[in-house]
Ligand binder design. Structure first.
Ligand code: ADE
Length: 246
């Protein structure tokens, strides 16, 4: 049995599991309850377990944060509170535990592919200035950023990571080829797309796409993918050139 077929069979029995630890549990599944991801959720392709951090808070106010040692702006999420919440989540083999933070390593399509092929993810969404470093160390959480900007919390980053994984799960996108050919999966940005009408507001579809010559179309698309990558993403282009030399 091929790897892909085995993966599809495994997935057919046990949903891919998303567990989200958050102070805003009603945000989930949010946009992931719509469209492709929403249908996949209803069909049991993935499951969404939300763990509210608030009940793990301390005292009558269920405090989850405190002032930073050393002074400075904002509040920090307490390690004992996050620890208690993480302890309540069963440890499952093959499930990555991830803290979403602008201090994390950049999230790449290859990470998404890894998570999507695993049993699922546990996502810790931070708020305020972040989470006490000791609990991140104690649990050896992966620290992941969705980009070089600061969000008001990890929840939106969790949507991004989950959406990118869910669309790769077997049975979510009809045409398997589209996730193979898309941007990043081969290390290049994608070629441009066109559909009817062939002429629109004085702009024509590139001639070659109407030619029916599949080899010429493939060559044109490859050249376009290379050109746009070179222009917009010199970092990806250099890596592509290096790989092509090997
Ligand atoms: N939380 C706040 N900003 C973030 C970012 N850029 N990536 C992941 N989590 C975040």
């Amino acid at each position: 049995m091929t790897g892909v077929k085995k993966w599809a069979l495994d997935m057919a029995c046990v949903p891919w599991q998303a567990t989200i630890l958050t102070l805003f549990p009603t945000m989930f599944p949010g946009p992931l309850g719509q469209s492709l991801a929403g249908r996949a959720l209803k069909n049991g392709i993935w499951s969404c377990q939300v763990e509210d951090l608030r009940p793990y808070g301390l005292g009558s106010h269920r405090a989850v944060d405190d002032a930073p040692f050393g002074g400075g702006a904002g509040m920090v999420m307490r390690p004992d509170v996050v620890d208690a919440a993480l302890k309540a989540i069963p440890v499952k083999k093959g499930v990555s535990r991830i803290y979403l933070t602008p201090r994390g390593r950049p999230l790449l399509q290859q990470d998404i592919q890894h998570y999507a092929h695993s049993a699922g993810v546990v996502l810790l969404c931070g708020r305020f200035e972040g989470v006490d470093e000791r609990v991140l160390e104690a649990y050896n959480l992966e620290q992941v950023s969705i980009g070089d900007y600061v969000l008001s919390g990890g929840e939106v980053a969790a949507f991004v990571l989950l959406d990118a994984c869910i669309r790769l799960l077997p049975g979510v996108i009809g045409c398997e080829q589209s996730s193979v050919e898309e941007s990043f999966s081969k290390g290049l940005l994608e070629y441009p797309h066109y559909t009817r009408p062939a002429q629109w507001e004085g702009r024509d579809v590139p001639e070659v796409l109407l030619s029916g010559n599949h080899a010429a179309i493939a060559a044109w698309r490859q050249a376009q993918a290379e050109a746009v990558t070179k222009q917009r993403r010199p970092d990806l282009w250099s890596a592509w050139v290096e790989r092509s030399k090997k």
